[in-house]
Design a protein around this ligand. Sequence first.
Ligand code: HEM
Ligand SMILES: CC(C)=CCC/C(C)=C/CC/C(C)=C/COP(=O)(O)OP(=O)(O)O
Length: 470
Amino acid sequence: MKRPTQIYAAFIDNPITALGTTTVAVYLLVVIGATASLGDAAAACTTWPICSGATNDLTMAVATGHRLLAFLTGVLLLATTYAIVYGDTSGRVTAPIAVALVLYPLQMAHGALLSITAGSPPIPWLHLGFGLTIFGTLVLALAWQLEYETGSADEPLHSEDMECANSELSSVATILSEQPLGTRLKGRMFAYFQLMKPRLMWLLCLVAVAAMALAAGSALETREILLTIGGGVLAIGASGTFNHVFERDVDRKMSRTNDRPLVTHQLPKRNAILFGIALTVLSTIIFLQLNSLTAALGLIAILFYSVIYTLVLKPNTVQNTVIGGAAGALPALIGWAAVTGRIGITGIALAAVIFVWTPAHFYNLALAYKEDYARGGFPMMSVVRGETTTRKHIVLWLGTTLAATTVLIWFTQLSWLVAVTTAFVGIIFLWATIRLHHEQTKQAAFRAFHASNAYLGAVLLAIVVDAIVI
Ligand code: HEM
Ligand SMILES: CC(C)=CCC/C(C)=C/CC/C(C)=C/COP(=O)(O)OP(=O)(O)O
């Protein structure tokens, strides 16, 4: 059992532990603050610093808990400042911590005003704004300190430096052709299924369902869900198929993709194109059963992913997956439009969460498959800017995702379920990302990648349950 002095030493002698702990504490404060319950608590608990007055226990507990945590977080911030000043830290960390030190007492004062004015102080959104700014400064300080402690001057990779991935897999078609008819048919069916990129579907469909739940709540109809998911699966399948067609020559060069159906000639390219067109038509027909806006958004998503991302962004710019994140954000607008027939601000807010989550998701794969992407000649962040910069960007985009989720919770008045989920799984995602900095292995990158999917999946599921059930 560690003695207090040992804990103190571990905290003060380890700026990343200090920064990580304080970042998490601020995030918990902000998330609690964004939930409806704190709004009610501010109105119910009008004395400061101790709550008094008759109100139901939960509201009082939320208000008291928020204040206690705010006090503890203030102590953590001071201890972190001490660790920064006296520890071995990057000089860049000083500025964001200084901003946090200035804003924190102002935030506490505005919080007191929130209570004393029973939840209606001047500029009410200032409390969330200050809270997110303090959170942002801590995420920035953490990213810079992680870079300072674990970074290295790794050189960019060039495709000419990489030998091609082995291509013995191209004999798959030959092997298949020698099989009995039944096996050949099953193999061909599976090849078409692979073209549709089925592994992406569960999370992309969950994005659309979460948007529908936010739009319709408990009034969400089964028909709307089935048509949206049905059309969405076909649209994702169409865009995945065109992506395979356009990338078949490059896929051959990469070990992760050189077993794909068009690389191994399991299917003629012409058939794949016709398959993609058929899926596009079918998805449009299904989306039209909902409304024309949903069908138009489905076509836009197919075109954006298949053409803009695959042919324009991915091979040409290091920002390919940041801008390309719009592809995965579109299902949020599709789900909202499926229910409302228009594009709503809440649908856009959910789409924004997916958009900023995408780099924090993909950059882990860019690290794990760095050599592969260099072989393919793709200007991925890890290839062009190196692993250290890529890891730093994962922290920054992760922080942005947590902040965007908090704004969504505040904006939609979602309850404690989403708050607890984003806090709990967000901490796991942050922990996996910090571990990635220290371990710098493919395994650590895949762990953070799966943590990114778990985070988004859990938050979206919580939104669906919160919006429909709670
Ligand atoms: C520009 C945007 C994105 C890029 C570049 C990207 C990249 C990738 C890549 C390369 C894989 C591995 C695929 C494979 O090897 O089969 C993958 C897997 C996956 N992606 Fe993304 N992704 C993006 C956006 C999204 C979005 C928006 C979602 C969902 C909302 C998503 C969900 C998934 C899922 C669920 C998997 C499968 C994970 C698994 O295999 O366990 N991705 N992504
Ligand atoms: C409704 C609708 C059509 C939405 C589109 C959503 C969609 C398919 C998003 C895909 C996200 C994405 C870029 C995956 C990786 O592509 P990649 O080419 O980088 O992956 P790869 O290297 O494995 O081929």
